[in-house]
Design a protein. Structure first.
Length: 194
């Protein structure tokens, strides 16, 4: 009897990750698809680019512009299974929000807080709500990550753990793996985020 329960928990955790934070980019949408084709771009010349310090990006010295910004991420288990990917925004006020590539009904948005732990390293404490396939609330998921931004500030990688709790705070499951992300800029083409 314990094996089916464990399989259900592992399956639920995988579904949660796929549905919250961190496989199909077609599922992740912002905006209004029904009017997207009716908006015509208007050329107004090259937009003025803002410096990173104008955007509140923490200057940590050298070429490191910190974690603040917009990223395309991927969460991978030790066996190579990608359990989630999507978009994440790290804000200069120490908050973070993730848009998973999972269907919205699974709770594809979740939030966290972060702080710098070393020169180019950051700690994330992230929470999401876990739902079963029938739409019943299981309880909170706590995701913790430790990531390091590379010297060009265009990539980060690190490790994560995620724990699924029931509504009484009992631990139902635990997974761990690696996370990687690539910075998205105003020049990033669509092919780089697919």
């Amino acid at each position: 009897m314990r094996t089916p329960f464990r399989t259900t928990i592992v399956g639920t955790l995988a579904t949660l990750f796929l549905g919250m934070v961190f496989v199909s980019s077609a599922s992740a949408q912002c905006g209004f698809p029904s009017i997207a084709g009716t908006i015509q771009p208007q050329s107004q010349g090259e937009p003025e680019r803002r410096r990173t310090e104008d955007l509140g990006v923490a200057d940590t010295g050298g070429s490191d512009h910190g974690i603040v910004g917009f990223w395309k991420f991927k969460f991978v288990l030790p066996d190579g299974t990608v359990i989630d990917n999507g978009f994440v925004q790290w804000h200069s006020d120490g908050t973070e929000i993730t848009n998973s590539s999972r269907p919205p009904a699974t709770g594809n948005f979740c939030m966290g807080v972060w702080e710098r732990s070393e020169r180019s390293s950051y700690e994330l404490n992230h929470f999401a709500l876990g739902w079963d396939p029938s739409g019943n609330l299981i309880g909170p998921v706590q995701l913790r990550a430790h990531v390091a931004v590379n010297h060009k500030a265009d990539h980060y990688e690190g490790t994560f753990t995620a724990d699924q709790y029931d509504l009484s705070g009992n631990l139902l499951g635990h997974v761990a793996g690696t996370v990687t992300a690539t910075r998205i800029t105003v020049d990033t083409p669509i092919g780089d985020v697919l």
